[in-house]
Design a protein. Structure first.
Lengths: 281, 308
């Protein structure tokens, strides 16, 4: 068949605005779904590295810290340390992997130059944003579920969750927040080491100091106050509330903080995308 | 009919380290549908900057660009649907095969079930045998073909090729031009950037020349070349060149001389002058000037000395 023969070409009215030659009917949201699909495929094709490895890391943390600290720490009354630790580790995995997905995808595409294919496409800023963030959420949640499934074996009592809706809400909100932060870091970074700085000097400290491994109630008052300034603390605390129906602060307060952080991060990321900051000259 | 590309007073300034750099200093250009247009200029002339603004990869500091009537800033989604761009850099996504790459690109443009067309494009570009090969495994020439295929998945009415033959072997170049010519015959508007005059001369119906961010010439290829080149006559003389022919001298390598002619009829005057001076003509050849030379000269001249 020659290029000139174009079946299914929409019939053109004379004088109508010129249409792409023989363009098949477009469907709304296909562009967004394709970018989402591509972003999910991107990490899934190397899932040994992007899913299996972080699950193993989470389990190692549990084995080491759980074993060493089990006898010394009682974070919540009536809750074993291992049981306390597991939701923290799950949330830590969600946070790190959601951030890693959007940020590393974007920086790789920027450095190799193949971001141009997305930039040339008629995708709206919102579609671009939503696809990257959703794919990050998928990766964060898949890894989080993996860690939870494996570690449940060590603390089957966690299966008796107290408030599953809170678990779901905080898992979704946290993965979304870190996916957006990853997007922002990816936009701002021009090189891998700049991105690594975001990861090592912001995301990692904020995660480790968020109460993943301990209850902030056990900290001196000054460090307690500092912890309360860390938005990640509320992600972990709210998530843990879902398992034990007890937490350091009210889950409603945590939710309010998380939603505020989400709104701020999303506005910033969308403003950057709309301006084409650092991705369109 | 709507112009394929309509650029009005496009200015692009970059914030440089010391002073702002002006990449485009007010370019206006109208490319009609169905044209095969060449954007010609040396490196750094602003070709890629202009293309980037048309494609939405860069924002103009001032001025406006429309693609098939759609503003590239205000109505960017429709503008981009009309446009297929083959980028200059050999970029690819290492996670995917050729077919996956083309399916994904179709999807970005809102097209599902585009396989019939993808197969056809791959066949035309000799990519069929590599359809399931990972992008990483392809040679440079093959990657270039995939870039062309990616630009065509949505059958854009306007196709922009940004120096597509840089670093490409002769065979691929010929095949590519054959294919692009055919797309042009079938109604696609083609915009080609190049710094080879020869390439533009061979392919393009109209040429715009950019230098230092300004459009210094814009005309039909034949007219432009005529104006650029004119005629010249090469002579081998038995004696020295007559003094009165000196002003027309382009090149002297005694006993060979090359003289510039404004019109073919001026040959008569040259012959007469030689006869009068007693210099016998041993060889004579009338032809066009070496365009590449004139072109290079033009590209390096000061703006004031340029015919525009």
């Amino acid at each position: 068949m020659s290029l000139a023969q174009q079946p299914a070409a929409p019939v053109q009215e004379p004088g109508a605005p010129a249409q792409p030659l023989g363009l098949p009917a477009r469907r709304p949201a296909v562009g967004f779904r394709t970018l989402l699909h591509k972003e999910v495929l991107r990490f899934w094709k190397v899932s040994f590295q992007t899913v299996a490895a972080p699950v193993l890391t989470g389990v190692l943390y549990l084995l080491v810290f759980g074993h060493v600290l089990e006898a010394h720490v009682e974070a919540f009354p009536g809750v074993s340390y291992v049981a306390f630790l597991i939701p923290g580790l799950v949330m830590m995995s969600v946070l790190q992997n959601s951030f890693a997905n959007s940020s590393s995808s974007l920086i790789q595409s920027k450095i190799t130059g193949n971001l141009v294919f997305v930039l040339l496409a008629p995708l709206s800023h919102l579609e671009f944003f939503a696809a990257y963030v959703l794919a990050s959420m998928v990766r964060g949640l898949v890894v989080g579920c993996g860690v939870l499934l494996v570690t449940l074996w060590f603390a089957p009592q966690l299966l008796a969750v107290k408030a599953p809706l809170w678990i779901l809400v905080f898992a979704l909100a946290s993965s979304a927040l870190l996916g957006i932060l990853g997007l922002i870091a990816g936009i701002l970074s021009d090189k891998f080491d700049q991105l690594a700085a975001f990861q090592n000097f912001i995301i990692m400290p904020a995660t480790f100091l968020s109460g993943v491994f301990y209850s902030v109630h056990g900290l001196p008052p000054f460090w307690q106050a500092v912890s309360h300034l860390n938005p990640f603390f509320y992600l972990v605390d709210g998530f843990r509330y879902g398992f034990f129906a007890q937490a350091d602060v009210s889950p409603w307060l945590s939710l309010a903080v998380v939603l505020l952080a989400l709104a701020l991060a999303a506005s910033l990321a969308l403003a950057m995308l709309t301006r084409g900051h650092k991705i369109r000259q | 009919m709507l112009p394929a590309i309509d650029a009005t007073d496009v200015v692009k300034r970059y914030e440089g380290r010391r002073a702002p750099v002006t990449a485009l200093a007010g370019v206006s250009l109208r490319i009609e549908q169905g044209e095969f247009f060449g954007l010609l200029g040396p490196n750094g002339a602003g070709k890629t900057t202009l293309i980037s603004i048309v494609a939405g990869l860069a924002h103009a500091s001032a001025g406006a660009v429309k693609v098939m009537g759609h503003d590239v800033a205000g109505d960017y989604r429709n503008a981009r649907r009309m446009l297929g761009v083959v980028p200059q850099e050999l970029v690819f996504d290492p996670f995917f095969s050729v077919r996956e790459t083309l399916r994904i690109q179709s999807g970005y443009f809102g097209l599902r079930h585009n396989d019939a067309w993808i197969d056809e494009v791959m066949a035309h570009l000799d990519l069929t045998a590599k359809a399931d090969a990972n992008m990483r495994a392809l040679s440079g020439g093959m990657k270039r073909r995939v870039l062309v295929a990616q630009a065509l998945v949505h059958r854009p009415p306007v196709i922009v090729l940004d120096e597509p033959t840089a670093g490409v072997d002769v065979e691929l170049r010929q095949g590519l031009w054959q294919f692009v010519r055919r797309l042009n015959r079938e109604g696609h508007t083609i915009v080609l950037t190049t710094h080879y005059l020869e390439e533009a001369q061979e392919l393009c119906g109209r040429i715009g020349m950019l230098r230092g961010g300004r459009l210094i010439a814009l005309d039909d290829t034949s007219r432009l070349l005529q104006r650029l080149a004119g005629l010249q006559v090469s002579l081998r003389l038995s004696g020295p060149l007559p003094e009165r022919l000196r002003p027309q001298l382009v090149q002297a390598d005694a006993p060979r001389y090359v003289l510039r002619l404004a019109q073919p009829a001026e040959v008569e005057g040259v012959l007469a002058a030689c006869r009068a001076a007693g210099a016998a003509i041993e060889e004579i050849e009338v032809g066009h000037a070496d365009l590449e030379d004139v072109f290079l000269q033009m590209m390096s001249e000061e703006p004031t000395g340029v015919p525009a």
